[in-house]
Write a protein that binds this ligand. Structure first.
Ligand code: NAP
Length: 322
Protein backbone atom coordinates (compact mmCIF):
# COMPACT_ATOMS: atom_id res chain seq x y z
CA UNK A 1 0.00 0.00 0.00
CA UNK A 2 1.00 3.66 -0.30
CA UNK A 3 1.70 5.65 2.86
CA UNK A 4 3.41 8.89 3.81
CA UNK A 5 6.61 8.26 5.76
CA UNK A 6 8.58 10.83 7.74
CA UNK A 7 12.22 9.76 8.24
CA UNK A 8 13.55 13.04 9.66
CA UNK A 9 11.84 16.07 11.24
CA UNK A 10 11.82 19.12 9.00
CA UNK A 11 9.86 21.12 6.41
CA UNK A 12 6.86 19.84 4.44
CA UNK A 13 9.25 18.12 1.96
CA UNK A 14 10.03 15.38 4.55
CA UNK A 15 6.51 13.98 3.90
CA UNK A 16 7.30 11.28 1.29
CA UNK A 17 4.94 8.81 -0.33
CA UNK A 18 6.31 5.26 -0.16
CA UNK A 19 5.22 1.70 -0.91
CA UNK A 20 5.01 -0.21 2.42
CA UNK A 21 3.38 -3.49 3.54
CA UNK A 22 -0.26 -3.13 4.66
CA UNK A 23 -0.70 -3.80 8.40
CA UNK A 24 -2.81 -6.75 9.61
CA UNK A 25 -5.36 -6.34 12.41
CA UNK A 26 -4.70 -8.17 15.68
CA UNK A 27 -7.13 -8.84 18.52
CA UNK A 28 -9.40 -5.83 19.18
CA UNK A 29 -8.16 -4.07 16.04
CA UNK A 30 -9.61 -3.18 12.64
CA UNK A 31 -8.03 -2.31 9.29
CA UNK A 32 -9.67 0.66 7.53
CA UNK A 33 -9.35 1.43 3.80
CA UNK A 34 -9.12 5.23 3.84
CA UNK A 35 -11.18 7.34 1.43
CA UNK A 36 -10.29 10.71 3.00
CA UNK A 37 -7.74 11.87 5.57
CA UNK A 38 -7.96 15.00 7.76
CA UNK A 39 -4.98 17.37 7.90
CA UNK A 40 -4.55 19.27 11.19
CA UNK A 41 -2.11 22.02 12.24
CA UNK A 42 -0.68 19.77 15.00
CA UNK A 43 0.65 17.40 12.32
CA UNK A 44 2.81 20.25 10.98
CA UNK A 45 4.19 21.00 14.47
CA UNK A 46 5.07 17.30 14.94
CA UNK A 47 6.58 17.01 11.44
CA UNK A 48 8.83 20.01 12.09
CA UNK A 49 10.05 18.43 15.36
CA UNK A 50 8.96 21.40 17.51
CA UNK A 51 6.02 19.74 19.35
CA UNK A 52 6.21 18.66 23.00
CA UNK A 53 5.40 14.97 22.28
CA UNK A 54 7.23 13.52 19.26
CA UNK A 55 6.90 10.06 17.70
CA UNK A 56 9.88 7.81 17.03
CA UNK A 57 11.23 8.06 13.47
CA UNK A 58 10.24 6.88 10.91
CA UNK A 59 6.51 7.43 11.33
CA UNK A 60 3.29 7.91 9.35
CA UNK A 61 1.40 11.07 10.45
CA UNK A 62 -2.30 11.55 11.10
CA UNK A 63 -5.19 10.86 13.50
CA UNK A 64 -8.22 11.60 11.39
CA UNK A 65 -9.81 9.99 8.39
CA UNK A 66 -12.80 8.10 7.08
CA UNK A 67 -13.29 4.99 5.02
CA UNK A 68 -14.55 1.44 5.03
CA UNK A 69 -13.55 -1.44 7.30
CA UNK A 70 -11.44 -3.82 5.22
CA UNK A 71 -10.75 -6.49 7.82
CA UNK A 72 -11.39 -7.07 11.54
CA UNK A 73 -9.14 -8.87 14.04
CA UNK A 74 -10.17 -11.59 16.46
CA UNK A 75 -12.55 -10.56 19.28
CA UNK A 76 -14.08 -7.76 17.20
CA UNK A 77 -17.87 -7.98 17.21
CA UNK A 78 -18.90 -4.31 16.95
CA UNK A 79 -17.66 -3.88 13.35
CA UNK A 80 -17.51 -5.99 10.18
CA UNK A 81 -15.88 -5.63 6.77
CA UNK A 82 -17.76 -3.06 4.67
CA UNK A 83 -18.84 -0.77 7.56
CA UNK A 84 -18.40 2.99 6.94
CA UNK A 85 -16.41 4.60 9.76
CA UNK A 86 -14.41 7.67 10.73
CA UNK A 87 -11.22 7.45 12.80
CA UNK A 88 -10.25 9.44 15.88
CA UNK A 89 -6.68 8.28 16.39
CA UNK A 90 -4.95 5.21 14.97
CA UNK A 91 -2.13 2.79 15.66
CA UNK A 92 -0.34 3.10 12.32
CA UNK A 93 -1.01 6.75 11.23
CA UNK A 94 -3.81 7.85 8.91
CA UNK A 95 -1.80 9.37 5.99
CA UNK A 96 -2.02 6.00 4.21
CA UNK A 97 -4.26 3.82 2.03
CA UNK A 98 -4.88 1.38 4.90
CA UNK A 99 -4.87 2.21 8.59
CA UNK A 100 -4.76 0.02 11.68
CA UNK A 101 -7.00 1.18 14.55
CA UNK A 102 -8.18 -0.04 17.93
CA UNK A 103 -11.96 -0.52 17.88
CA UNK A 104 -12.42 2.43 20.27
CA UNK A 105 -10.67 4.69 17.72
CA UNK A 106 -13.35 4.15 15.04
CA UNK A 107 -16.92 5.45 14.97
CA UNK A 108 -19.80 4.79 12.61
CA UNK A 109 -20.11 7.22 9.72
CA UNK A 110 -23.79 7.72 8.83
CA UNK A 111 -24.75 7.12 5.18
CA UNK A 112 -25.72 10.79 4.67
CA UNK A 113 -22.16 11.98 5.43
CA UNK A 114 -19.30 11.92 2.88
CA UNK A 115 -15.91 10.37 3.67
CA UNK A 116 -14.29 13.83 3.38
CA UNK A 117 -16.74 15.13 5.99
CA UNK A 118 -15.99 12.11 8.19
CA UNK A 119 -12.30 13.06 8.06
CA UNK A 120 -13.20 16.34 9.85
CA UNK A 121 -14.58 14.67 12.97
CA UNK A 122 -11.72 13.02 14.90
CA UNK A 123 -9.80 16.14 15.90
CA UNK A 124 -11.71 19.33 14.93
CA UNK A 125 -15.25 18.37 16.01
CA UNK A 126 -14.12 16.46 19.09
CA UNK A 127 -11.95 19.43 20.12
CA UNK A 128 -14.75 21.94 19.57
CA UNK A 129 -17.18 19.79 21.57
CA UNK A 130 -14.76 19.29 24.45
CA UNK A 131 -13.76 22.97 24.51
CA UNK A 132 -17.33 24.24 24.50
CA UNK A 133 -19.16 21.76 26.68
CA UNK A 134 -16.70 19.77 28.80
CA UNK A 135 -14.15 22.54 29.51
CA UNK A 136 -15.98 25.90 29.17
CA UNK A 137 -19.33 24.47 30.30
CA UNK A 138 -21.22 26.50 27.65
CA UNK A 139 -24.96 26.48 28.31
CA UNK A 140 -28.03 27.23 26.17
CA UNK A 141 -28.92 30.93 26.32
CA UNK A 142 -25.33 32.04 26.90
CA UNK A 143 -23.27 34.03 24.41
CA UNK A 144 -20.14 32.41 22.97
CA UNK A 145 -17.38 34.02 20.94
CA UNK A 146 -15.70 31.54 18.59
CA UNK A 147 -12.44 33.44 18.12
CA UNK A 148 -11.33 31.94 14.80
CA UNK A 149 -14.57 30.63 13.31
CA UNK A 150 -13.44 29.93 9.74
CA UNK A 151 -11.22 26.84 10.14
CA UNK A 152 -11.68 23.18 11.06
CA UNK A 153 -12.28 23.64 14.81
CA UNK A 154 -14.01 27.02 14.48
CA UNK A 155 -16.69 25.97 11.99
CA UNK A 156 -17.38 22.90 14.16
CA UNK A 157 -17.69 25.09 17.29
CA UNK A 158 -20.14 27.42 15.54
CA UNK A 159 -22.38 24.53 14.42
CA UNK A 160 -22.26 22.83 17.83
CA UNK A 161 -22.95 26.02 19.81
CA UNK A 162 -25.78 27.10 17.53
CA UNK A 163 -27.43 23.67 17.75
CA UNK A 164 -27.21 23.82 21.58
CA UNK A 165 -29.08 27.14 21.77
CA UNK A 166 -26.26 29.60 22.40
CA UNK A 167 -25.98 33.06 20.88
CA UNK A 168 -22.95 32.68 18.63
CA UNK A 169 -20.38 35.31 17.63
CA UNK A 170 -17.65 34.26 15.21
CA UNK A 171 -14.51 35.89 13.80
CA UNK A 172 -12.49 35.39 10.63
CA UNK A 173 -9.74 37.25 8.83
CA UNK A 174 -11.29 37.19 5.33
CA UNK A 175 -14.65 38.06 3.76
CA UNK A 176 -15.06 34.42 2.66
CA UNK A 177 -14.31 33.20 6.20
CA UNK A 178 -16.85 35.56 7.75
CA UNK A 179 -19.48 34.53 5.19
CA UNK A 180 -18.72 30.89 5.99
CA UNK A 181 -19.03 31.46 9.76
CA UNK A 182 -22.39 33.16 9.25
CA UNK A 183 -23.61 30.30 7.03
CA UNK A 184 -22.60 27.78 9.71
CA UNK A 185 -24.81 29.53 12.26
CA UNK A 186 -22.98 32.55 13.71
CA UNK A 187 -25.51 35.24 14.61
CA UNK A 188 -22.87 37.97 14.28
CA UNK A 189 -19.43 37.96 12.65
CA UNK A 190 -16.36 40.15 13.20
CA UNK A 191 -12.94 40.61 11.58
CA UNK A 192 -10.14 39.46 13.91
CA UNK A 193 -7.53 41.25 11.78
CA UNK A 194 -9.03 44.60 12.85
CA UNK A 195 -7.70 45.67 16.28
CA UNK A 196 -10.99 47.27 17.42
CA UNK A 197 -13.07 44.11 16.87
CA UNK A 198 -12.95 43.58 20.65
CA UNK A 199 -14.86 46.85 21.19
CA UNK A 200 -17.35 45.90 18.47
CA UNK A 201 -17.99 42.56 20.21
CA UNK A 202 -18.48 44.30 23.55
CA UNK A 203 -20.93 46.70 21.91
CA UNK A 204 -22.86 43.78 20.38
CA UNK A 205 -23.43 42.39 23.90
CA UNK A 206 -24.78 45.74 25.08
CA UNK A 207 -21.68 46.17 27.28
CA UNK A 208 -22.32 42.98 29.28
CA UNK A 209 -19.58 40.86 27.71
CA UNK A 210 -19.59 37.30 26.38
CA UNK A 211 -20.03 34.28 28.65
CA UNK A 212 -17.66 31.95 26.84
CA UNK A 213 -14.74 32.38 24.45
CA UNK A 214 -13.42 29.48 22.39
CA UNK A 215 -9.93 30.78 21.65
CA UNK A 216 -8.02 29.48 18.62
CA UNK A 217 -5.05 31.90 18.81
CA UNK A 218 -4.52 32.75 22.50
CA UNK A 219 -1.02 34.21 22.10
CA UNK A 220 -2.56 37.02 20.05
CA UNK A 221 -5.89 37.49 21.82
CA UNK A 222 -5.92 36.39 25.47
CA UNK A 223 -4.96 39.78 26.97
CA UNK A 224 -7.83 41.47 25.14
CA UNK A 225 -10.30 38.58 25.57
CA UNK A 226 -10.40 38.95 29.36
CA UNK A 227 -11.89 42.48 29.40
CA UNK A 228 -14.75 41.45 27.05
CA UNK A 229 -15.85 38.54 29.29
CA UNK A 230 -19.09 38.80 31.28
CA UNK A 231 -19.05 38.08 35.04
CA UNK A 232 -18.42 34.37 35.58
CA UNK A 233 -17.09 34.08 32.01
CA UNK A 234 -14.92 31.19 30.82
CA UNK A 235 -12.25 30.99 28.14
CA UNK A 236 -11.32 27.62 26.60
CA UNK A 237 -7.78 27.88 25.22
CA UNK A 238 -7.64 25.57 22.22
CA UNK A 239 -4.91 27.11 20.06
CA UNK A 240 -1.81 29.16 20.91
CA UNK A 241 1.47 29.69 19.08
CA UNK A 242 3.51 31.70 21.56
CA UNK A 243 3.46 33.88 24.67
CA UNK A 244 1.06 36.65 25.64
CA UNK A 245 0.78 39.26 28.37
CA UNK A 246 -2.40 39.46 30.46
CA UNK A 247 -3.53 41.64 33.35
CA UNK A 248 -4.57 39.13 36.07
CA UNK A 249 -6.86 41.80 37.53
CA UNK A 250 -9.08 41.31 34.46
CA UNK A 251 -9.84 37.78 35.73
CA UNK A 252 -10.45 38.99 39.32
CA UNK A 253 -12.98 41.65 38.38
CA UNK A 254 -15.27 39.13 36.73
CA UNK A 255 -14.50 35.85 38.56
CA UNK A 256 -13.26 34.60 35.20
CA UNK A 257 -11.81 31.18 34.39
CA UNK A 258 -9.14 30.47 31.80
CA UNK A 259 -9.21 26.76 31.00
CA UNK A 260 -6.67 25.11 28.73
CA UNK A 261 -7.24 21.87 26.90
CA UNK A 262 -5.39 19.31 24.81
CA UNK A 263 -7.61 16.69 23.21
CA UNK A 264 -5.26 13.75 24.01
CA UNK A 265 -5.82 14.49 27.74
CA UNK A 266 -9.53 13.58 27.43
CA UNK A 267 -10.44 10.63 29.69
CA UNK A 268 -11.78 7.64 27.66
CA UNK A 269 -15.32 7.85 29.09
CA UNK A 270 -15.58 11.55 28.16
CA UNK A 271 -14.17 10.83 24.69
CA UNK A 272 -16.79 8.11 24.15
CA UNK A 273 -19.47 10.60 25.19
CA UNK A 274 -18.11 13.21 22.73
CA UNK A 275 -18.26 10.77 19.80
CA UNK A 276 -21.75 9.56 20.74
CA UNK A 277 -22.89 13.22 20.55
CA UNK A 278 -21.02 13.83 17.28
CA UNK A 279 -22.45 10.74 15.55
CA UNK A 280 -25.96 11.81 16.64
CA UNK A 281 -25.31 15.31 15.26
CA UNK A 282 -24.18 13.85 11.92
CA UNK A 283 -27.23 11.59 11.76
CA UNK A 284 -29.73 14.37 12.39
CA UNK A 285 -27.94 16.84 10.10
CA UNK A 286 -27.03 19.50 12.69
CA UNK A 287 -23.34 18.81 12.03
CA UNK A 288 -22.26 19.40 8.43
CA UNK A 289 -18.46 19.53 8.12
CA UNK A 290 -17.28 21.96 5.43
CA UNK A 291 -14.46 20.80 3.17
CA UNK A 292 -12.45 23.74 1.81
CA UNK A 293 -9.66 21.97 -0.08
CA UNK A 294 -8.63 18.45 -1.00
CA UNK A 295 -5.26 17.16 -2.20
CA UNK A 296 -4.05 13.73 -3.42
CA UNK A 297 -2.17 11.79 -0.71
CA UNK A 298 1.12 12.34 -2.61
CA UNK A 299 0.59 16.12 -2.20
CA UNK A 300 0.70 15.98 1.62
CA UNK A 301 3.52 18.62 1.57
CA UNK A 302 1.20 21.10 -0.21
CA UNK A 303 -1.59 20.28 2.27
CA UNK A 304 0.78 21.02 5.18
CA UNK A 305 1.65 24.40 3.64
CA UNK A 306 -2.04 25.17 3.04
CA UNK A 307 -3.17 24.38 6.60
CA UNK A 308 -0.74 26.99 7.99
CA UNK A 309 -1.86 29.77 5.61
CA UNK A 310 -4.31 32.48 6.69
CA UNK A 311 -7.72 32.71 5.05
CA UNK A 312 -8.98 29.40 6.48
CA UNK A 313 -12.11 27.90 4.91
CA UNK A 314 -13.29 24.77 6.73
CA UNK A 315 -11.28 21.57 6.55
CA UNK A 316 -8.35 20.40 4.39
CA UNK A 317 -8.31 16.70 3.46
CA UNK A 318 -6.10 14.25 1.56
CA UNK A 319 -7.70 11.78 -0.85
CA UNK A 320 -5.71 8.51 -1.30
CA UNK A 321 -7.23 7.38 -4.61
CA UNK A 322 -7.15 10.81 -6.28
P1 NAP B 1 -7.33 25.95 10.85
O1 NAP B 1 -8.40 25.20 10.15
O2 NAP B 1 -6.06 26.25 10.15
O3 NAP B 1 -7.96 27.33 11.38
C1 NAP B 1 -7.21 28.32 12.01
C2 NAP B 1 -8.15 29.38 12.53
O4 NAP B 1 -7.43 30.37 13.28
C3 NAP B 1 -8.87 30.11 11.39
O5 NAP B 1 -10.22 30.30 11.72
C4 NAP B 1 -8.11 31.42 11.37
O6 NAP B 1 -8.87 32.48 10.79
C5 NAP B 1 -7.93 31.62 12.86
N1 NAP B 1 -7.11 32.78 13.18
C6 NAP B 1 -6.10 33.35 12.46
N2 NAP B 1 -5.70 34.49 13.07
C7 NAP B 1 -6.49 34.65 14.17
C8 NAP B 1 -6.60 35.66 15.17
N3 NAP B 1 -5.80 36.73 15.19
N4 NAP B 1 -7.53 35.49 16.13
C9 NAP B 1 -8.35 34.41 16.14
N5 NAP B 1 -8.31 33.45 15.22
C10 NAP B 1 -7.38 33.57 14.25
O7 NAP B 1 -6.90 25.21 12.19
P2 NAP B 1 -7.79 24.32 13.21
O8 NAP B 1 -7.67 22.90 12.87
O9 NAP B 1 -9.14 24.94 13.30
O10 NAP B 1 -6.97 24.59 14.56
C11 NAP B 1 -6.94 25.90 15.13
C12 NAP B 1 -5.91 25.95 16.26
O11 NAP B 1 -6.31 25.07 17.31
C13 NAP B 1 -4.51 25.48 15.83
O12 NAP B 1 -3.54 26.26 16.50
C14 NAP B 1 -4.45 24.05 16.32
O13 NAP B 1 -3.13 23.62 16.56
C15 NAP B 1 -5.27 24.15 17.60
N6 NAP B 1 -5.88 22.86 18.02
C16 NAP B 1 -5.71 22.49 19.32
C17 NAP B 1 -6.30 21.34 19.78
C18 NAP B 1 -6.18 21.00 21.23
O14 NAP B 1 -6.39 19.83 21.59
N7 NAP B 1 -5.91 21.95 22.10
C19 NAP B 1 -7.01 20.51 18.91
C20 NAP B 1 -7.18 20.93 17.57
C21 NAP B 1 -6.61 22.13 17.15
P3 NAP B 1 -8.49 33.18 9.36
O15 NAP B 1 -7.68 32.21 8.58
O16 NAP B 1 -9.86 33.47 8.78
O17 NAP B 1 -7.75 34.42 9.72
Amino acid sequence: MKAIKVKEFGGPEVLRLEEVPAPRPGAGQVLVRMHAIGVNPVETYIRSGTYARLPELPYTPGNDGAGVIEQVGSDVNEFKAGDRVYTAGSISGTYAEFVLCKTEQVHRLPANVSFAQGAAMGTPYATAYRGLFQRADARPGETVLVHGASGGVGTAAVQLARARGLRVFGTAGSDEGRKLAREQGAHEVFDHSVPDHFEEIMKATGGRGVDVIVELLANVNLGKDLPILAKGGRIAIIGSRGKVEIDPRDTMQRDADVRGMALPNTPPSELASIHAALVAGLENGTLRPVIGKDFPLADAPQAHRAVMESGAFGKIVLIPEK
